[in-house]
Design a protein around this ligand. Structure first.
Ligand code: HEM
Ligand code: HEM
Length: 166
């Protein structure tokens, strides 16, 4: 994978914007929950061309996350990312790669499974969407813990490079 000297401002902005939107999706989903419940109770499925399908914060922000994530992945291939810090043990370098790939996969799978669930009520899409919640939370906890280890145990600059200071 291509390496670069630093993350671009676009990559940095996308990282933090997506982080905020993902936290919103994880913790504020009452509106979509009640939409989903009323839909199930009345045995009808909203179609993606219904305005209500997208005119609720959860669907709209979820779709935005998908677009921003695809943009971010494209940038990752086009401009690359800085190499792992030299003092990071190789096994952790691989673990970080794996965690980042998983992040991208989950951020694609969640909006797609959510859309299919809302449009068709397919149980597999519902199960996948529900499974995404603990997976994403676990990834975030491990991710933040890893940043803290980098910062305070290995004392390298990875946090600085995600705020544009390195
Ligand atoms: C909550 C949702 C979050 C998501 C989905 C997320 C996702 C990611 C991903 C996918 C990368 C890899 C970037 C690349 O492609 O090279 C990354 C890097 C990074 N993230 Fe996050 N992140 C989140 C939250 C946070 C938070 C809260 C912090 C602060 C503690 C943080 C700090 C960093 C840092 C410092 C890097 C750079 C790692 C490096 O340079 O190797 N992230 N993040
Ligand atoms: C990255 C984007 C997304 C994330 C992180 C996300 C996350 C979540 C979470 C955490 C829940 C609550 C599940 C629970 O409490 O068990 C939920 C529910 C739901 N989401 Fe999403 N979602 C995303 C995108 C979407 C999109 C784009 C749609 C549809 C257009 C959607 C449709 C739904 C529906 C219908 C529910 C309620 C039914 C249920 O309990 O599973 N989601 N979502």
């Amino acid at each position: 994978m291509k390496t670069s000297d630093r993350y671009s401002w676009t990559q940095i902005s996308l990282h933090w914007l997506i982080a905020v939107l993902v936290i919103f999706e994880l913790f504020f989903n009452e509106v979509i929950e009640s939409l989903w419940r009323s839909q199930r109770a009345s045995q009808f499925a909203l179609k993606p061309f219904n305005i209500e399908f997208w005119m609720n914060p959860h669907s709209a922000i979820g779709a935005l996350i998908l677009l921003l994530t695809l943009w971010r992945i494209w940038l990752r291939f086009a401009s690359g990312a800085p190499a792992a810090p030299a003092n990071e043990p190789v096994i952790f370098q691989w673990a970080a790669k794996l965690a980042h790939i998983l992040f991208y996969l989950v951020l694609i799978a969640m909006p797609i499974s959510g859309t299919i669930q809302l449009a068709t009520g397919l149980p597999i899409a519902h199960q996948l969407h529900e499974l995404g919640k603990p997976v994403l939370m676990l990834l975030i906890i491990v991710h933040v813990a890893a940043v803290l280890v980098h910062q305070f145990a290995w004392k390298n600059n990875i946090f600085n490079r995600m705020i544009g200071r390195a």
